[in-house]
Design a binder for this molecule. Structure first.
Ligand SMILES: [Zn+2]
Length: 354
């Protein structure tokens, strides 16, 4: 397994600047954002779950052998979320972590079928998300939601996801996604559900090209009308696809530590992010499942600086792009303009969002 346990040493004022810089997280999963303390609280609430109720034990529990094992662990953690009050607890923990690192806006992926399977009615799920979002707003964090299909649940799961999104949406539902297994599941299989979601005004933000080749990124664009793509790193091997992403302004949500932890990239130093930037592809940084990957959105900014050599100007451009590529209201996007200048100038700015 390739679980990364890098703790980047602080580097003084630039780390303070990064923490204070307003950031948006456009690729983060609600269940996957649960810190060990939150999971321990939920596991204690539901002792028959088999999930450790001790934050220390959970760290060992979070070490993955491969992508399939990660999905298994993710499902077990999903299983301690059994009632609307558990969803509110999850959102509160996530929002607290975001507030502490300068994340002022997030589009958070929720997999309604996994919560429905645990016995939560989609109407109650939406109400819990609304309650959680209101509490987050009081802490300075604005939340929007993406309902995603878990690909391994097939067409039946896709239909149930669509029904939840259309019939019982939380107030801030903004996007429709597709996650979970990529191997053996074609993006195009979910064409009809995405067409219906888009017709209802939801933005198309599927995962694609995380653990399989660029063909699925093409399919996400051509068959699902993707406006952003989760991961999409497989595009690096397909120059025509890089051109398509650049010309159409389709942003890739890049989650470097996730890619290393799941073994789809061998190391942070080998991550294709610098080559995607050089190709002019719009990119943003996302945290994906941050505690499970021993990271945070702020830590992702630090790691691409320390392991990939991104400059302060590039980091600032990434933060600005995280708002520009979001579906946030215009007033909130302007908050990205309130940042302070970096303490040091390290060369010309590169505009990842252009
Ligand atoms: Zn993801």
């Amino acid at each position: 397994m390739n679980h990364t346990a890098i703790q980047t040493p602080a580097s003084g004022s630039e780390d303070d600047w990064l923490a204070a810089m307003p950031k948006a997280d456009l690729h983060v999963h609600l269940v996957g954002s649960a810190a060990p303390a939150t999971v321990a609280e939920l596991a204690a609430r539901h002792p028959d779950s088999g999930v450790p109720a001790d934050a220390g034990e959970l760290s060992a529990f979070y070490r993955f052998r491969d992508f399939a094992h990660f999905l298994d662990v993710y499902k077990l953690v999903s299983d301690v979320v059994r009632g609307p009050e558990d969803v509110v607890t999850l959102v509160a923990g996530m929002a607290g972590d975001m507030a502490a690192q300068g994340t002022v806006y997030a589009e958070v992926t929720v997999t309604p079928v996994s919560h429905m399977s645990a016995g939560i009615h989609p109407r109650d799920l939406a109400q819990a998300l609304d309650i959680g979002a209101a509490a987050a707003r009081a802490r300075g964090v604005e939340l929007a939601w993406v309902y995603d299909i878990a690909a391994q649940d097939g067409r039946d799961g896709a239909q149930r996801t669509l029904d939840a999104a259309l019939r019982h949406p939380p107030a801030a539902l903004t996007g429709f996604g597709l996650g979970g297994a990529e191997t053996g599941v074609r993006r195009a299989d979910f064409r009809d559900e995405f067409a219906a979601a888009r017709a209802a005004g939801l933005h198309s933000v599927p995962h694609a090209g995380e653990s399989v080749g660029p063909g699925e990124v093409w399919a996400a664009i051509d068959e699902l009308g993707a406006e952003r793509i989760g991961h999409g790193i497989a595009a690096i091997g397909d120059p025509p696809l890089l051109g398509r992403l650049r010309e159409a302004g389709i942003t890739l949500e890049i989650c470097p530590s996730s890619n290393v932890a799941t073994g789809v990239v061998p190391s942070l130093a080998a991550h294709p992010l610098p080559r995607l930037l050089a190709a002019g592809v719009p990119v943003v940084l996302g945290s994906d499942d941050p505690p499970m990957f021993n990271t945070s959105l702020l830590e992702e900014y630090r790691r691409v600086r320390d392991h990939l050599g991104l400059t302060a100007d590039q980091l600032q451009a990434l933060a600005r792009a995280s708002f520009e590529a979001s579906f946030a209201p215009a007033g909130l996007k302007q908050r990205s303009g309130t940042r302070r200048p970096p303490p040091t100038s390290q060369g010309p700015a590169r505009q990842p969002g252009s």
